[in-house]
Design a protein. Structure first.
Length: 188
């Protein structure tokens, strides 16, 4: 492709022990999108990088492999190299404020203690990138894990992370193809 008009980023952590954890739902969504488009990744920008065609729009897809807390280094380098403005970047990530399985589109917003979002905001100089929030919930009553241990743990048997990943990928595609306003109507 060579030139792209947008960037979809899925946040996660490298390493097998994190592969199917709540904190890696962004990676799982990117993997679902890449599988749907039969795209192969290459190592670039300290992450897994590919380019896909969404309708008429050439799009870069990135899964930073710098660990969540340093995602901005990877994404910032990619966005600068591709010369993409912040309003053409869509970030998919886990959100403990949403019930498990819920997907929401969002335009900018706060960081709510999410270190991956904080790293990205620092790299861009602004938190105003487009977002796909993937609900992973909070620890249930009686669950003594702190939030960090909870998001770094696997999904419960009754949860369907693959469905959540596919829905998040669909939301990201809609943001690119239809615009954030249309996506906000479908994923309010």
């Amino acid at each position: 492709m060579g030139s792209v008009d947008a960037l979809i980023v899925g946040l996660g952590n490298p390493g097998g022990k994190y592969a199917r954890t709540r904190h890696n739902i962004g990676w799982m969504a990117v993997d679902a999108l890449l599988a749907e488009h039969e795209a192969k990744t290459k190592s670039k920008y300290h992450g897994r990088y590919a380019e896909v065609q969404l309708g008429e729009i050439p799009v870069a897809v990135l899964a930073p492999e710098t660990f969540m807390n340093d995602s901005g280094r990877s994404v910032g380098a990619c966005a600068r190299d591709l010369r993409l403005p912040i309003d053409e970047i869509v970030v998919i990530y886990d959100d403990i404020e949403l019930n498990p399985g819920v997907v929401r589109a969002r335009e900018g917003g706060g960081l709510k203690g999410h270190n991956g979002l904080r790293s990205m905001a620092e790299a861009f100089g602004s938190p105003d990138f487009l977002r796909v929030r993937c609900g992973v919930g909070r620890p249930g009553k009686g669950d003594r894990r702190d939030i960090a241990a909870y998001v770094l743990s696997g999904f419960e048997p009754e949860e369907d992370p693959d469905a959540l990943a596919r829905e998040a990928a669909s939301c990201a595609e809609a943001i690119i193809l239809e615009g954030i306003d249309a996506a906000l109507k479908r994923w309010p």
